[in-house]
Ligand binder design. Sequence first.
Ligand SMILES: *Cc1c(COP(=O)(O)O)cnc(C)c1O
Length: 370
Amino acid sequence: MVDLKSQYEEIKEEVNAAIQSVIDDTSFINGPEVKNFALSLAQYTGAKHVIPCANGTDALQIAMMALDFKPGDEVIVPAFTYVATVEVIALLGLIPKFIDVEETTFELKVDQIESLISPKTVAIVPVHLYGQCSNMEAILKTAKKHDLKVIEDTAQAIGAVYTFSDGKKAQAGTMGDIGTTSFFPSKNLGCYGDGGAIFTNDDQLAGKLQMIANHGQRIKYHHASIGVNSRLDTLQAAILNVKLKHLSRYSASRNEVADKYDAAFKDHSNLLIPVRSRSSTHVFHQYTLRLENVDRDAFKVYLAEKGIPSMVYYPIPLHQQEAYLAYGYQAGDFPIAERLCQQVISLPIHTEMKAEEQAYIIETILNYFQ
Ligand SMILES: *Cc1c(COP(=O)(O)O)cnc(C)c1O
């Protein structure tokens, strides 16, 4: 699905030098690279504050802790996303209020938000799934009207740019109260282990997020609140400092691959290509097709036999996952999310995809339908 080895080969000298320098300094925790990376990422994204942490799941949890949500508070979250988004809601004793998603763009259905709002609702968590921004203008407007917080899960969309109707532009993760992201190796900006970050434009919230990520202390051994231990390693920060310089190029390469897939499949009756939002650029964390009248399992087996990996993100919507059945949802509650789980398939897409490799993938896929 991704080719991290070839990507490393391209930047090997820079990365090796950065790693060696951390080892020479032995400042493995909170070394200067961590702060440098936070500042560089703030500059890149336009976020006022970037707080690095251990992974994207922690980023979501710290965000919800910093906003002082109380057990029993309700959080609106798409039924079609990676489990982490919902897991932290449940862990903090909050109640996930699932919402269905758009069939074409996979974002939460903004026209259903208001019907889910109760006196207990505290937040909306849009997920910028597969690499393009949700309808942030509508989400922010509804949140403002009902005094709700917005936490953007930007784990799949770092660098995507959203354009508001007045022409103002902002990057994914910088529009809500808080944005969260992940540097898991296969993410668009991936490190060589685990990593994550939290974005905010609010000075006070930034201090609180930083404090919670560091055992609830602003001053060493003075604990003002219950926190967690969630740090980005210096080694990972050093690697990310190198890779951030290439992120725009990486996004462009992913778009080139996506454009070729689009061109090859756009008029196909069995393969529905991903629809691009008019108000967001796409960074194609995944290139995800919807299969129409195709036995997906058989198609996957065929691809595997031809040496082509494919993945299903995600096979089961969250309201039907065993761990979340206790919230009382049933089959049929979110028909689009449920159908997408049967239909979607993601194809290989990465920054070092060679033209011949992609041509083979396209030809092999088209041959299946001959
Ligand atoms: C990857 C991912 C996360 C979690 O990130 P980790 O760093 O693996 O904890 C959260 N939300 C979404 C949508 C993701 O894709």
